[in-house]
Design a protein around this ligand. Structure first.
Ligand SMILES: Nc1ncnc2c1ncn2[C@@H]1O[C@H](COP(=O)(O)OP(=O)(O)OP(=O)(O)O)[C@@H](O)[C@H]1O
Length: 450
């Protein structure tokens, strides 16, 4: 795909110069003489990158930046500022510009900014494409036959209003599957309410789920409808259902059988219309055998059972998941990283992933956060058989630096990649930030500002 840039300037001479430089690099350039024309062109066909002058008659560069930043998805905007107008550049960054460079500029300087912006835009686009494809396939990334069968089941039972029990080890994607079911359902416009049955004491869990009357127990100053009330008309995901206490199990059975909820301390029951999805990493049959889970409740929940295989049983999914998480985190951190190469994939394939997809997700998040810009440092990847990444022991200086680098990455992420904003959040000047980004190879050289 040829990268495209829209160049906006009222000065035909400068437009010509920009076109010459950029098209010499194989970038397709279109021109607009002012903000209004730029918006019209953008309307006709969106560009990933807009390079605009600030001072123009009519709709100026600042207003154009603001309007483009409000688009979904927003293009990257790089502004051209006159020498000595630092304040304007800051204004433009606040309005949503991605970066700026000053006139007069060196060709290399301009190209570095444009390339960086195009690459970032490409990653975001790639990510949006991936997520778009996900939405279609029910937000699941997979390549294995086992997951393909599961995705088919999700698509089939999603729209039917049945209770679904989702089983699988921790981190295999049970919640993700629940979301896919909900999205495929006729209740997708109503909320998906989540509750972790293991998170609260039995009494609180019961009150939280089914609601309580005023004064039902100490601290119950007001009556509450409970999550079944909140989810009325929608979907309720009961995570860790195997940890639900016996009294709550009995109440849940009644909701599933009769569609009726009785709040704690209340005599009368209310009717609710809630689709229940339940997830567990436990073997509920074994729980029943031990007397810890009601058999009649298991039958009610188990109308449709979806089993998520552990990641080690579906290695075909690893490369695709790796690509997905690399795109996700590099876009989120505003850094560039190459696609996973054969060596990285071999390492990922050799690890047993006891924490399943969640562990893989975290491993790739650290990899993107800690690798030098534009690279993937394979030493950060978990070694085969081992749990922890094979990072060498670090001295105090390296540890402090790793910490500082992490803070910078976080600040940049929070600021959506906008450096002026990140500098402000960190309480340092843009110059200091610039130096630090360079030190940690986070911000490429040739940054137009200082
Ligand atoms: N097939 C998949 N495609 C994309 N992302 C996935 C997939 N499976 C899992 N994930 C991601 O992995 C992480 C763990 O998944 P999730 O929380 O759904 O697991 P879980 O089985 O519910 O875990 P737990 O039992 O610990 O609650 C999430 O961030 C989720 O988005």
């Amino acid at each position: 795909m040829t990268p495209r840039v829209l160049v906006v300037d009222d000065d035909p001479g400068l437009r010509y110069t920009l076109r010459e430089i950029l098209s010499g690099e194989g970038i397709e350039v279109e021109e607009a003489a002012d903000g209004a024309e730029a918006l019209a062109r953008f309307e006709a066909s969106p560009f990933p990158l807009v390079v605009t002058d600030l001072r123009m008659p009519g709709l100026d560069g600042l207003e154009l930046t603001r309007r483009l930043a409000a688009r979904s998805p927003p293009p990257r905007v790089v502004v051209v500022t006159a020498h000595g107008s630092e304040r304007q550049a800051v204004e433009a960054m606040k309005a949503g510009a991605w970066d700026y460079f000053r006139k007069p500029f060196e060709n290399d300087e301009l190209l570095a900014v444009v390339r960086r912006a195009l690459e970032a835009a490409h990653l975001v686009e790639e990510n949006a494409r991936l997520t778009g494809a996900l939405a279609l396939s029910g937000s699941l990334v997979f390549a294995s036959p086992a997951m393909a069968r599961l995705a088919e089941l999700v698509a089939r039972v999603g729209p039917r209003d049945v209770t679904v029990l989702i089983e699988g080890e921790s981190g295999t994607g049970k919640e993700r599957v629940a979301e896919a079911l909900w999205r495929a359902s006729r209740r997708a416009d109503r909320p998906l309410v989540r509750f972790n049955c293991a998170a609260l004491s039995p009494e609180l869990a019961e009150a939280e789920l089914f609601g309580h009357a005023r004064g039902a127990f100490t601290g119950a100053v007001r009556a509450r409808a409970g999550l079944f009330g909140e989810a009325d008309g929608g979907t309720l995901l009961l995570d860790e259902i195997g940890d639900l206490a016996p009294a709550a199990q009995a109440k849940l059975l009644r909701v599933l059988q009769d569609g009726e909820v009785r709040a704690v301390g209340e005599d009368r029951a209310r009717r609710v219309d809630v689709r229940v999805l339940a997830a567990t990493h436990r073997d509920l049959r074994a729980q029943v055998a031990r007397g810890a889970f009601r058999e009649d409740l298991l039958y009610r929940l188990d109308v449709v059972k979806l089993h998520l295989p552990p990641l080690r049983e579906r290695p075909e999914d690893i490369p695709l998941l790796a690509r997905h998480f690399l795109a996700l985190f590099s876009a989120r951190f505003g850094v560039q990283c190459p696609p996973p190469g054969p060596e990285l994939l071999a390492r990922l394939a050799a690890h047993p992933w006891p924490g399943n997809v969640r562990e893989l997700e975290h491993a790739l998040e650290s990899l993107v956060a800690l690798s030098p810009e534009g690279e993937l440092d394979l030493a950060l990847v978990p070694a085969a058989g081992g749990g922890a990444p094979a990072a060498p022991p670090l001295g105090l200086k390296q540890r402090v630096e790793a910490y500082e680098r992490g803070l910078l990455v976080d600040a940049l992420r929070e600021a959506g990649g906008r450096r002026a904003e990140a500098a402000r959040a960190l309480g340092i000047s843009r110059v200091t930030l610039h130096d630090k980004l360079r030190k940690y190879a986070l911000g490429p050289d040739g940054d137009g500002g200082g």
